[in-house]
Ligand binder design. Structure first.
Ligand code: IMP
Length: 513
């Protein structure tokens, strides 16, 4: 099938994740923003997301702005919708970076009704001990929204109202000394910068629909992290399903005429705590990954691949950057930050090269008898480290039972991603049944923790495959991979429309369905 056939007569397409996030929304939002959309809108979450795109072979991560912003000069409109929570400092940093790289953002629109992540939200989130949140203030900000005391983008442009609201809110943050004047002073620069872009974006979206413009809705996080449908309470605080995502840009899910659900295949990942039935290495992996950046890519290349790397220098730079808010707060120049940031970037590139050049060592880990080491090997091979936090992602085999549940909510069309990352493995597994549970639960997903922690996943095992990165047609993929995909479709009653075999846009195989 061609792209034209896939998008024929479509006016609203959504890119959503059907697992626990980090499935490649960045690549596919970019893909459809580039070749199809007029308008790109994001409706949920905040800078807990990290959408990675490659521009001329260079990696770029967006946390807030829709990835379509890089097509602003072509007149494409990018929208931060009403359902989002926005950290103004992060937004302004993203805008500054665009300016530095000579990207325009003239057609950006920011919803007047989106909520603002305040410094006290971030502080409160740092106290989280149980969920392994991204510590970006997402949960506390949505809590204030639901409690009807949140601060919106509109509010920050009215100093009197803002001061009164912050004053009132402070009783809910007794552990912090909230000083409205200091917060307002800090926000002023940011609020002035974004002012020209603030709109009633719901009205704008309705206008775009009436004009028949092609709208791409960019999801964030993933269905299994949705406050409504995910593995509660180990979830984010927004509804990142098709419904919440449409809602967050002022539309109904009914407007979406093609919803594409991303699935990492044949392995999947999760960050933070919470049940993950197919996790390779089980509890040991969960505990190890919960140590966050202690076990990041730098640690793992040094510990498991014996790369010589100066971990102390890296840790010093990371802790310096962690303190960025306080430093800026005191008016200290940003220059040293840039130096440390670039240094870490260089170390990261070296680590990536080392992994690429030591493929045999990585495969040795994947083929080890120790499940924990198998997980480490896949993580290294697929570079599964948080784009927002740098945390190691937990690794498991793709769970088709979970995918069927997701398809029942988000719709039956799938994009399979990161399939190339398991090149060279002897075997792979897909979970198609849950063991140790009553008969009626064997093939259906339930989101409660007790159920998910008590079951034992049953796998269909497939022979591995070699290099697939240069394949252009679905029919030319290795037979065992095609069988796994076809069995996955049959089980989930879904349709795979795209298989992604690399980070670049041209490493994308369209499949007929
Ligand atoms: P929060 O969204 O920061 O409140 O974190 C709640 C949970 O969602 C934690 O387990 C996070 O690791 C997870 N989470 C939030 N955003 C993402 C994402 O973009 N990808 C993967 N996991 C995420």
């Amino acid at each position: 099938m061609s792209l034209d056939e896939l998008t024929k007569d479509k006016k609203v397409i959504s890119i959503l994740c059907n697992q626990f996030g980090d499935t490649g929304k960045g690549k596919f939002s970019d893909f459809f923003a580039d070749c199809w959309a007029d308008v790109i809108a994001r409706g949920t979450g905040g800078n807990n997301a990290g959408h990675t795109v490659y521009i001329n072979g260079k990696e770029k991560v967006f946390h807030l702005l829709p990835t379509g912003i890089i097509y602003d000069s072509e007149g494409k409109k990018n929208i931060l919708g009403n359902g989002m929570v926005i950290d103004l400092e992060v937004l302004c940093q993203e805008l500054e970076e665009l300016e530095k790289e000579n990207f325009s953002f003239n057609n950006l629109m920011i919803s007047n009704n989106a909520h603002v992540i305040m410094p006290y939200h971030v502080e409160r989130d740092k106290q989280d001990k149980n969920l392994g949140t991204t510590r970006r203030g997402i949960g506390p900000c949505y809590t204030d929204k639901i409690a009807r005391r949140g601060i919106t983008i509109e509010d920050i442009h009215d100093k009197l109202k803002l001061s009164r609201k912050i004053e009132d809110i402070s009783e809910f943050y007794p552990e912090q000394k909230i000083e409205p004047d200091i917060i307002i002073e800090k926000l002023t620069n940011y609020s002035e910068k974004i002012k020209p872009f603030v709109r009633d974006t719901v009205k704008e979206m309705h206008k775009f629909i009436a004009q028949g413009q092609k709208i791409l809705i960019e999801g964030a996080q993933g269905l299994l992290l949705s406050i409504e449908h995910g593995t509660y309470p180990y979830v984010t605080s927004s509804d990142c399903s098709i419904n919440g995502t449409a809602n967050g840009v002022g539309l109904s899910a009914k407007h979406i005429d093609l919803s594409l659900g991303l699935i990492k295949f044949p392995f999947m990942t999760r960050v933070g705590t919470g049940p993950f039935p197919t996790e390779i290495g089980g509890l040991k992996s969960e505990e190890y990954c919960s140590k966050g950046t202690d076990h990041d890519i730098f640690y793992e290349v040094s510990e498991f691949l014996k790369m010589e790397i100066d971990l102390k220098e890296i840790r010093d730079a990371q802790s310096y950057l962690e303190k960025k808010v306080d430093l800026q707060y005191n008016g200290i120049s940003g220059n040293p930050r840039e130096i440390k940031k670039n240094m870490l970037k260089k170390f990261k590139e070296e680590a990536h090269d080392y992994i690429k050049n030591n493929k045999e060592k990585v495969l040795e880990l994947i083929h080890s008898d120790d499940l924990f080491l198998q997980g480490v090997g896949i993580r290294l091979s697929a570079l599964e480290y948080g784009a927002t936090t740098g945390r190691p992602r937990r690794i498991g085999w793709t769970d088709a039972v979970m995918a069927k549940y997701a398809a029942n909510i988000n719709g039956p069309y799938f994009i399979l991603t990161k399939t190339d990352c398991l090149e060279g493995v002897n075997n792979f597994n897909i979970c198609t049944e849950y063991g140790s549970v009553p008969e009626e639960d064997k093939k259906s997903f339930r989101k409660d923790e007790k159920f998910l922690r008590s079951l034992s996943p049953l796998y269909t095992n497939y022979k591995g495959y070699g290099s697939i990165r240069d394949i252009k047609n679905f029919d030319d993929l290795p037979q065992q991979l095609k069988s796994a995909i076809s069995n996955f479709e049959e089980f989930t009653k879904g349709n795979v429309v795209i298989v992604s075999i690399g980070p670049e846009k041209d490493q994308t195989i369209l499949k007929s369905c």
